[in-house]
Design a binder for this molecule. Structure first.
Ligand SMILES: Nc1ncnc2c1ncn2[C@@H]1O[C@H](COP(=O)(O)OP(=O)(O)O)[C@@H](O)[C@H]1O
Ligand SMILES: O=C(O)C1=C[C@@H](OP(=O)(O)O)[C@@H](O)[C@H](O)C1
Ligand SMILES: [Mg+2]
Length: 215
């Protein structure tokens, strides 16, 4: 487990699988805190065009490089940043996240199925929920490793998820400078304080296989 130093004004980065609610929850958390919000996917679309086109024309590695740039720029701005679900597979991006406060949103396959139906996410274009699960399993260990707090979004309204994230960020655990990552403590039905060994809901394996370069 890496040394974990957080500050009350450190950027907040929302990570987690596709459809967990990073973009929607992140935006509302930023509003509640009165800080800037950046959705790195939106930045990429604004600057480089639609994501499916980037994947099709230039490939996933090119997308990850653009994403790494967008994450670094967003971190310089500060506030709350929602990254794409695969941002954590890129070593430069993971490196850039050190020093940020990292909120992992999770979701069960049952709950996410409706949320991802009909979406244009290129990595789900041919596999739907099965592809989602495979990708989740590949990334689960990385998500758990990076997270300072885990909030499950499966069966609760978004407003409740937002309230829990805001409460955690305002708590000692979310704002105090620390020299260790603490232990896992389930504070209520959906929020789990950080652990290096957390297995995120939605994952079917706790494998620690490297996800570097994974789709
Ligand atoms: N807690 C929640 N309950 C129900 N639906 C949610 C919840 N959080 C997000 N959603 C919905 O799930 C979909 C995907 O959310 P989004 O924020 O785009 O996820 P992500 O950025 O993690 O892919 C959206 O339609 C959003 O309204
Ligand atoms: O998980 C991924 O690899 C991706 C997630 C998407 O963002 P969301 O997680 O916000 O859907 C988007 O960045 C792109 O389609 C790739
Ligand atoms: Mg998003």
């Amino acid at each position: 487990m890496s040394t974990d130093v957080r500050r009350a004004d450190a950027p907040v980065v929302v990570i987690g699988p596709m459809g967990a609610g990073k973009s929607s929850v992140g935006k509302r958390v930023a509003k509640a805190l009165g800080v800037p919000f950046t959705d790195t996917d939106r930045v990429i679309v604004r600057e480089h065009g639609p994501i499916p086109g980037i994947f099709a024309d230039r490939g996933e590695p090119a997308f990850r490089a653009l994403e790494a740039q967008a994450v670094r720029a967003a971190l310089a701005t500060g506030g709350v940043i929602a990254v794409g679900g695969g941002a954590v597979t890129h070593a430069d991006t993971r490196q850039a996240l050190s020093g940020a406060r990292i909120v992992l949103l999770t979701v069960s396959p049952e709950a996410v199925a409706d949320r991802i139906a009909g979406s244009d996410r290129p990595l789900l274009a041919n596999g739907g929920i099965d592809a989602w699960q495979t990708i989740m399993d590949e990334r689960a260990a990385t998500y758990a490793e990076l997270a300072h707090v885990v909030v499950d979004t499966s069966r609760r309204p978004m407003s409740r998820v937002v309230d829990e994230v805001v409460a955690w960020l305002r708590s000692d655990a979310g704002s105090t400078e620390r020299s260790d990552a603490g232990t896992t403590e389930r504070s209520d039905a959906g929020t789990t304080e950080r652990s290096g060994t957390t297995t995120a809901p939605g994952s079917t394996t706790s494998s620690t296989t490297s996800t570097e370069g994974a789709p």
